[in-house]
Design a protein around this ligand. Structure first.
Ligand code: NCD
Length: 407
């Protein structure tokens, strides 16, 4: 029996039909699924993130940014643990002048008095202008977005919903910041006005290398099935041409890629390959030498039943951990990403890797702040004002800011 019987008909529709509910006039109304992040929208959001990042470097730019949304209020409704997503959204709001409030412990809200979660969210919408929410319930953000649509349909107050992590299903804003990091890395400074492009010299070693997310081998290592960040990012990456994905997982059904993600990716034209160690070989060559971008993840123990815990505890995890020797085999430009937190006991990425130039995970986390600020700019439709501020302060940079697609 569903937890939301009144929304069941809507939840039963195809992914494409559900995506459509969250768009308006070619723009996002709510962000619920990774599949809403089209390549065109990603290009726009990445350009905004670049402008915000640049403006935030000086005092005048910061003042301009704080003036973009000074009368807006955000509710951060996070009933699951979070460090980076919560704080980077809060920082993004602060950059743009948005005031934040939070509910993190439902025991301190009227949910202890048996108020439904949907009533809670409707109440938040009375006081706030956007609701950013994380829940262990896979459908809650989606259902709340339908509720907002219904309210709008009857001319009542309705605000955007941002899914900041839903069960083990989706984490679209993590996919957004992952894509911002990937596209920045695979730009190889081509659109930088201050640094020379690195593409030419890299092509001497890797003749097939191109800019952008297309024509690449992406590897995901660790807990795939229960990793919502992997599901959202892989869905977004499947839109690009000539993409191969390696899924490197310990041999357990709770960790391996599940059939629905695999078939979604294959239908989109992705070549999917599975491995049980970072040291395996594909077509005669070690996979570590073929990977263009490596996405590490932790084993999400909190999802384990007692039986699974015992089974997974008996698996040797060393083939799924990075080491200096393994990283040395990777391409010189290949970024190492991790959504974090990394597991300090398992050590899937030991700290000695942190100083390697390919270790991008701390920059990736910082990119979350810029990418989430860009998303808020889009949802509140103040992109023009952002561009105006950017042109005023950096007239010389307009050319790079308006350069098209990094695909
Ligand atoms: C992830 C999450 O919560 O899904 N963390 C994050 O948001 N950066 C990944 C995880 O918990 O392992």
């Amino acid at each position: 029996m569903s937890e939301f019987p009144e929304f069941q008909n809507l939840l039963n529709r195809t992914p494409e039909e559900r995506d459509q509910e969250f768009q308006r006039h070619g723009r996002l109304k709510h962000l619920i699924f990774g599949s809403q992040l089209t390549t065109e929208l990603l290009d726009r959001l990445c350009r905004s993130a670049d402008m915000i990042r640049r403006l935030a470097r000086d005092r005048e730019g910061n003042a301009e940014l704080r003036n973009l949304l000074p009368n807006r209020r955000a509710m951060l409704y996070f009933t699951q643990p979070s460090t980076r997503t919560f704080l980077s959204f809060m920082a993004a709001c602060q950059i743009l002048g948005i005031t934040c409030n939070e509910v993190r412990d439902p025991k301190m809200s009227s949910e202890v008095k048996r108020e439904s979660r949907t009533d809670s969210v409707r109440m938040f919408s009375s006081y706030f202008d956007v609701i950013i929410m994380r829940s262990q319930m896979a459908n809650l953000a989606e259902v709340c977005a339908y509720m907002m649509n219904d309210l709008e349909g009857t001319d009542r107050r309705s605000v955007p919903i941002i899914n900041a992590g839903a069960g083990s299903d989706e984490h679209p804003t993590q996919a957004l910041l992952d894509m911002y990091t990937i596209l920045r890395t695979f730009d190889f400074d081509e659109s930088s006005m201050s640094r020379p492009s690195r593409l030419g010299s890299l092509q001497k070693e890797y003749p097939d290398l191109t800019t952008g997310a297309a024509n690449k081998v992406y590897a995901f290592c660790g807990d795939i099935k229960r990793g919502r960040t992997v599901r959202s990012l892989a869905t977004v990456l499947s839109q690009y041409r000539n993409v191969t994905m390696y899924f490197i997982t310990p041999p357990h059904d709770q960790l391996r890629i599940d059939d629905d993600l695999r078939s979604l990716l294959e239908t989109a034209g992705v070549t999917v390959k599975e491995f049980e160690s970072l040291d395996e070989v594909d077509d005669g060559q070690p996979i570590l030498e073929k990977i263009d971008c490596l996405y590490m993840t932790r084993i999400q123990r909190e999802h384990n039943s007692d039986a699974t815990e015992a089974e997974i505890a008996s698996i040797d995890l060393s083939p799924f951990k990075l080491s200096v020797e393994r990283v040395a085999k990777m391409k010189s430009f290949a970024p190492i990403l991790h959504p974090f937190p990394r597991d300090s006991i398992v050590g899937e990425i030991p700290t000695e890797i942190d100083s390697d130039p390919r270790a991008m995970y701390f920059r990736q986390a910082r990119n979350g702040m810029w990418a989430r600020a860009a998303l808020l700019v889009h949802l509140f439709d103040v992109n023009e004002a952002l561009m105006d501020a950017h042109v005023r302060l950096f007239p010389a940079a307009v050319r790079s800011a308006s350069s098209p697609s990094r695909r």
